[in-house]
Design a protein around this ligand. Structure first.
Ligand SMILES: Nc1ncnc2c1ncn2[C@@H]1O[C@H](COP(=O)(O)OP(=O)(O)OP(=O)(O)O)[C@@H](O)[C@H]1O
Ligand SMILES: [Mg+2]
Length: 172
């Protein structure tokens, strides 16, 4: 993936000239990605020597503002999943910058990244990898909230349903 290309809105600052082409930039972005690069080594032979590299993501730049949704579309192997994994620091970028609410994630400690996973998460596209058919929907939804201390057990006991502390009960 080389770049998310879309013409910037008229009021947005000009795109990053280093990456080339149009760049989506917004004022006070929640997520700011600059010149993100990920190369995977290609190993071959008995000693598994590095003989080349796959440039999965090269010079990716984009901003996501509060309340915005960014869709990434491209052919198979263009780097969509790699980009997602980089944003969560599930894999280390070769170079570049990822800022979440102004905080640089590249080079941040694993403890800090663990804390930020309350706010930055991934839903895997393969339902059999992300949804366990032996668990109830409530158990699946509750598991990550429990891990991050956001699940309200008291509510579950009183009403039979439980809502995370940060979420509101939907009005019907
Ligand atoms: N761990 C890895 N080691 C080596 N190469 C990898 C690794 N992960 C991804 N790649 C390569 O990086 C490129 C981008 O892969 P990626 O999985 O990000 O593509 P994608 O856009 O998500 O594709 P799809 O639409 O099929 O899910 C591909 O050429 C892939 O083979
Ligand atoms: Mg993918």
């Amino acid at each position: 993936m080389t770049e998310t290309a879309a013409p910037p809105p008229a009021e947005a600052p000009a795109g990053n000239p280093q990456a080339g082409g149009a760049t989506m930039l917004v004022t006070n972005p929640v997520l700011q990605v600059r010149n993100l690069v990920k190369c995977f080594p290609i190993r071959s032979g008995l000693l598994r020597r590095v003989t080349g590299q796959v440039e999965a993501v090269t010079g990716l730049c984009f901003d996501v503002g509060r309340g915005e949704t960014l869709g990434v579309v491209g052919e198979s192997g263009c780097g969509k999943s790699t980009t997602g994994r980089l944003l969560l620091r599930l894999i280390e970028p070769t170079s570049g910058s990822i800022r979440f609410k102004g905080e640089e994630l590249v080079g941040a400690s694993s403890a800090r990244i663990r804390a930020l996973r309350r706010s930055i998460q991934i839903v895997f596209q393969d339902p059999y990898a992300s949804l366990n058919p032996r668990m109830t929907v409530q158990a699946i939804l509750a598991e990550p909230l429990r891990v991050h201390g956001l699940w309200c057990e008291g509510g579950a006991r009183r009403s039979g349903t439980s809502w995370p502390r940060s979420a509101s009960t939907p009005s019907t």
